[in-house]
Write a protein that binds this ligand. Structure first.
Ligand SMILES: *[C@@H]1O[C@H](CO)[C@@H](O)[C@H](O)[C@H]1NC(C)=O
Ligand SMILES: [Zn+2]
Length: 842
């Protein structure tokens, strides 16, 4: 059998393995990019039953994101969306009542418009942060069978109606609002359907202001205590299958296994929980304040448009809404049906921490696998024992093999990082792959990972099995990835030994073909979505070493997808290996040359720029503050060009330090830590009369009920913040707080505090109750507060329609935006915010 011959050279062997090497990624990619046919009709023509309609969902999303527009919390448009949502909920309720009248079904739809105020602590990026909100709203629809028993245990579905500062939010999260509305329609219109357990649809109206809406619902809504589990629908992208990236109970994973097209792995769960993605969803509030388990699901493909102006319906891929709608519908049907696990999820009272979920799960092609951690330990342990037994005769050589694998792994991680360093530091061409997307990044760093990899097949089997078992012992579900690649290569080695080769020490080419197929398939299924998420993420990571992060990621996932590359490289002797290394080196250098010439950004992979027009009511100065969210080259030059065209030749841009005391960027705190900003002085218009210092409309902080107790060494007062026409106000101050109305445990020391506010349109006063420790030896001079807010009418482009009311900020923004478009060829997405700030001793 010549095919088994190890005598075949490298080229011929590769040709023989070619079909496998192509087929596995092909199948994986086909699976990854598959979406259902989008439906327009409300009913399925064949069955005459109601169906999810993508056209209807996108109609809602378009109305919210384009007819209403930027729904930033506190704006007029935000209030419009609130009113629209109430209308939609009431229309759904009327439909429900019609169905009940006509069919006598056990069905009830109730609607609430919840409005309330509150405070909560919201730590982020290792910073302590507090939120205070006034009169924010949620629209809630409960669908039940109308009986007390049917309402006792409920499933909560959540999507947010608001959009973030610089974005119309079609995918994030208007599409999910549309999906929930369409699910209500399909459920209510389905003949005979009646839920054994209620479904509560929360159209949450303040997520982007740091989860105030979900906090309001969880802590104050009359039906919140009936919630047993939550399904949160989100977006950080606009294409592909929506990803299950957090699952916190076995029952909920089981429920998820019934959706038509599952897409979720414990791997995504582990990555998200590690915090490296720096994102957070309403799920956090439901976990913290309702103490319920659930599923966190989001559209994640093409995250370049996440929180950008181009998050529009026209950029949402066809089939995305259909897929997410059908999956969500299946979950609701399953969890509200008789026999559902929902009642078992009752929690043991507030504060009782749920045990960590102990379940491995992953979708592989059309199958969804799940098993307990205990089972995983037995499975992986058995694999390790078998691998040890199988390779026992050659343990001595194994040790050397392991060493070679170790060197190989270090090399495979090291080489791409050297390339990354050369690109970034030496050539000054960092992030050259950004606009090219995840495949461009894989092409740049992929080939290098094969350099220096030497070892033997059996050592790989042992290492995969040991990694699976060892990592699982640590309670990390992602160990499954090592098991999935370890199992087939173990099987192939076994087959090789008993059936394929007669001579000892020989590995048949078949062993490679059979052993490598599944790892390559699953490796592709893990690598593509991971890189898809991480590459766009580098566009908002500030000065983090983006090149090295992406290189390491690809090297690691690549070697996991091609575990047999190491023994394979060893197969043809030193000479062939040297030749292969040479070819790969040349390929890499050629790649580097090509990438070094590429532009980092283009019009669909834009640079994120933040621009503040800041009027200081204390110093009466006006400044322009500019920052980028990425570390790509060319930013300094861009700022200089803006300075000379907008501030005149006398001025220059000054780089400023970014820390907790840079209050100019507090509207973005604590994300501001990622920014490396510049400050440019603007000439002041002598005819300008500031409304923010005029009596009756001024932005002011005052102390009310101010009582100093010198004997006790304390001062108590209510800080009142008046901010007419300004939203998202932030105050920052240093004090030793003994007590306040934010929580029960302010830090027991002198510290800096940040409190951010978000409120309903025209709710323009908020207060903070404080008792502070006086400085030793007297009342001191008071507390210095920094304060800042955004002009409700000066945010470009969200407020373009009322630009005349936006003052000098909007005049400048209109010009600057057109300038950026022209000078950068549309490769910059700027968030332009008119701010008013000051400082005062209270
Ligand atoms: C909140 O709403 C109530 C009732 O409409 C109103 O009386 C109150 O002034 C509002 N609060 C703020 C801060 O505007
Ligand atoms: Zn969102």
């Amino acid at each position: 059998m010549s095919l088994l011959s190890p005598k075949w050279g490298l080229g011929r062997s590769l040709v023989a393995l070619g079909p496998m090497l192509l087929l596995a990624p092909f199948i994986a990619l086909k699976q990854h990019y598959s979406l259902p046919e989008p439906q327009t009709a409300l009913t399925d023509a064949r069955t005459d039953l109601p169906q999810i309609s993508e056209a209807r969902i996108l109609g809602f999303a378009k109305h919210l994101s384009e007819d209403i527009g930027y729904r930033t919390v506190g704006t007029y448009e935000h209030a419009l969306a609130d009113a629209w949502m109430v209308e939609q909920a009431e229309a759904a309720q009327r439909n429900c009542e019609r169905v009940v009248r006509e069919s006598g079904r056990k069905l009830e739809c109730e609607v609430w418009r919840q409005q309330g105020s509150g405070t909560h602590r919201f730590d982020m990026m290792s910073k302590r942060l507090y939120k205070s909100y006034q009169n924010l709203t949620n629209i809630v629809v409960r669908v039940s069978d109308g009986t007390p028993a049917g309402k006792e245990h409920a499933l909560l579905l959540n999507a947010h109606l608001d959009s973030t500062l610089p974005s119309p939010g079609a995918a994030d999260d208007a599409i999910s609002v549309g999906i929930m509305l369409d699910c209500i329609r399909v459920l209510v219109d389905t003949p005979g359907w009646s839920p054994a357990h209620a479904a509560i649809f929360l159209f949450n109206h303040a997520e982007e202001s740091l989860q105030d809406g979900s906090h309001l619902f969880s802590t104050q809504h009359p039906v919140a205590h009936t919630v047993r589990a939550v399904i949160n629908l989100e977006a950080a992208g606009s294409t592909g299958r929506e990803l299950l990236f957090q699952a916190t109970s076995e029952e909920m994973v089981e429920a998820y296994s019934h959706v038509p097209r599952p897409f979720g792995t414990i791997f995504a769960n582990d990555v998200f929980n590690s915090g490296v993605l720096l994102s957070d969803t309403d799920f956090r509030q439901f976990e913290e304040y309702l103490n319920v388990p659930g599923l966190d699901i989001a559209i994640v493909g093409n995250s370049y448009l996440y929180h950008m102006r181009k998050d529009l319906v026209e950029n949402i891929e066809a089939g995305v809404a259909q897929n997410m709608g059908e999956n969500t519908l299946a979950l609701i049907r399953h969890l509200t049906a008789p026999g559902s696990a929902l009642p078992q999820l009752i929690n043991d009272g507030p504060g009782h921490k749920k045990k960590k979920m102990q379940m491995v799960y992953f979708g592989l092609m059309s199958h969804f696998f799940m098993y307990r951690f205990a089972t995983a330990k037995v499975l992986y342990g058995a694999l390790l024992a078998s691998a040890l037994a199988l390779t026992r005769p050659v343990w001595g050589e194994q040790a050397r093999g392991m060493l070679a694998v170790g060197v190989g792994i270090v090399g495979s991680m090291g080489a791409p990082n050297v390339v990354a360093l050369v690109m970034h530091r030496v050539l000054g061409k960092g992030m050259s792959w950004f606009a090219g997307g995840h495949f461009a990044a894989i092409r740049l760093y992929g080939p290098v990972t094969l350099l220096d990899e030497k070892s033997v097949y059996a050592a790989i089997v042992l290492l995969q099995a040991a990694a699976a078992f060892g990592i699982q012992l640590l309670g990390v579900g992602s160990a499954a990835a090592f098991f999935i690649s370890g199992l087939p290569i173990f099987g192939s080695l076994l087959l090789n030994n008993v059936a394929l080769t007669t001579r000892k020490g020989e590995v048949s080419l078949w062993a490679y073909a059979l052993g490598q197929f599944l790892p390559l398939l699953t490796g592709t299924l893990i690598m593509v979505p991971t890189v898809e998420v991480f590459v766009p993420l580098t566009g908002r990571l500030g000065n983090a070493p983006a090149d090295n992060i992406v290189a390491t990621l690809i090297a690691f996932l690549g070697s996991q997808a091609l575990p047999l590359a190491i023994p394979f490289a060893h197969r043809f002797g030193r000479k062939a290996l040297q030749k292969a290394v040479l070819v790969l080196t040349v390929a890499t250098v050629a790649n580097m040359a090509i990438y070094a010439r590429r532009d980092v950004f283009d019009d669909m992979h834009q640079k994120r720029l933040f621009v503040l027009h800041l009027e200081n009511v204390t110093t009466h100065e006006h400044h322009l503050h500019i920052a980028a969210a990425d570390g790509a080259p060319g930013f300094h030059e861009l700022v200089q060009a803006i300075t000379s065209d907008f501030a005149g030749l006398q001025t220059s841009a000054v780089p400023v330090v970014m820390d907790d005391y840079n209050s100019d960027w507090d509207p973005l705190y604590p994300f501001s830590a990622f920014l490396s900003p510049y400050k440019i002085e603007l000439p002041t218009d002598t005819g300008y009369a500031s409304p923010w210092i005029a009596p009756g409309t001024s932005f002011a902080l005052t102390a009310v009920n101010d009582v100093t107790d010198l004997a006790a060494g304390t001062r108590s007062f209510t800080l009142q913040v008046d901010h007419p026409g300004l939203i998202w106000t932030v105050i920052a101050f240093d004090a030793h707080v003994l007590k306040w109305n934010l929580d029960n445990n302010p830090p027991a020391e002198f510290a800096r505090h940040h409190v951010k506010e978000a409120s309903y349109y025209k709710a323009d006063t908020w207060t903070l109750e404080l008792i502070v420790q006086l400085p030793a030896g007297g009342a001191g001079e008071g507390i210095a507060f920094n304060f800042i807010g955004l002009q409700e009418k000066a945010m470009w482009p969200g407020k373009r329609a009322v630009k005349a009311q936006g003052g000098p900020a909007m005049v400048l923004f209109e010009r600057l935006d057109a300038w950026l478009e022209e000078k950068t060829g549309g490769t910059v997405d700027a968030t332009l915010l008119g701010c008013v700030a000051g400082s005062v001793v209270v």
